[in-house]
Design a binder for this molecule. Sequence first.
Ligand code: NDP
Ligand code: 2IT
Length: 462
Amino acid sequence: MKKLKSLKDIDAKAEIAKLKNENCAEDDVFFQAMEEVLLSILPLFKSDEVFQENRKNSVIRRLITPDRVIKFKVVWIDDNHDVQVNTGYRVQFNNALGPYKGGLRFHPSVNEGILKFLGFEQILKNALTGLPLGGGKGGADFDPKGKSDFEIMKFCNAFMKELYKHIGPRIDVPAGDIGVGGREIGYLFGEYKRMTSAFEGVLTGKPAFFGGSLMRPEATGYGVVYFTRKMLELEGKESLEGKICTVSGAGNVALHAIEKLQHLGAIPVTCTDSKGTIYDARGVDLDLLKELKLNQRVSLETYIKSHPEAQYIPVSEYPEGGHAVWNIPCYAAFPCATQNELTAVDANNLIKNGCESVTEGANMPSTTEAVHIMLKSDMCLAPAKAANAGGVAVSGFEMSQNAAMIKWSFEEVDARLLETMNDICENVASTAKEYGVAGNYVDGANIAGFKRVADAMLAEGV
Ligand code: NDP
Ligand code: 2IT
């Protein structure tokens, strides 16, 4: 029996080291995501047989290398008739389980490294849903902030003029992510249709009146809360009812996590955007938030005009190395904005203030150090690839509805989402137990997701 003690026992370690030297800082987040997974899956290789089979088939090396990275120029004309140039990407990472599937991110920080990290996480997340979905991610370094509707449409049209060559309902099905919601998906879908004449389920997150699934906008945030409720139950902790919760972000995921927390009788008291944090001790005013963020698209600072008793903390006043939102006492915390937004300082503050549970709504919101600190504590930690899988699960349901030319009711989608999140949570918890790391949902999710993809890769040959 061969016992593996560290990453160096896996052949891919050398490959990762080589990649690390050859690449630039852009890839840091990709390596962060990859190393966490490779360390987590060590217990899987406890038997020589499994280890040898994986090594012979280079499963890990094949898994960490995207099938292809498509990079393209996006040229469009702004409202001043000036020509603008951006870079677009689609990382088609792995299609062992189904068509490449994953969102598009429009944000000035987007680069190949960020999309490889997101695409890699997406492979395992999609595997956890139990649906036939592969993993991919895409986007552009385009900044939607301050752009007119017309400019957003021009950009989406130009982006799709290249992307349409690479996608299809059985090939690759993009959706939304940061900076891409129903409006953008609508414009992208329209352009795809004009280029191909095909009205088909090539994108998910479409508005519900032309092919979108009911509940797709709510799915990620609701799923995050369903997962947390199940995890707290399995771990014998108190329910969310009546509990103070902190949430970061003020976009699609955060707003719907806040909404579902309120449905369950919890009291979410915070939200954040890239400029600052709102702390409203009586509970955040969700209708106002939706108006400010979904309709007016303005900064959170505006919130205190209607609620002067709430507190606005600008980024310049955040604690050193940390974020104001994670220094507010809570029972459960929900990072729902972006990657690495919860640091070691934040993790220590949460623990010090008695936080019992952290659920990652955003993709990889916790730094590696923060994850280690939280795993060593008594709190529950729900990793993104399990906890935020509700979004892509309902995207999978949208693909099914499109393929069958049918439409499910809100209640039907919600019931399926709830069942999916409960199943993922139970699978992750039981996998962790089976591999000797009971209560460690990070390892449980990585092992369960990896196993499903690796089995498919082995069965499909080379
Ligand atoms: P949105 O664009 O709707 O909202 C993003 C929110 O996060 C905004 O409040 C934004 O503030 C804030 N934010 C973005 N970047 C930063 C940053 N660098 N620093 C501080 N705040 C930032 O995106 P989503 O809600 O869709 O996505 C949020 C997270 O959830 C991402 O990690 C995404 O990958 C993940 N996710 C999304 C899913 C979905 O279905 N949409 C599914 C699963 C995961 P501002 O407006 O000021 O930029
Ligand atoms: O990170 C994610 O899971 C998403 N942005 C949603 C992906 C999808 O295809 O619905």
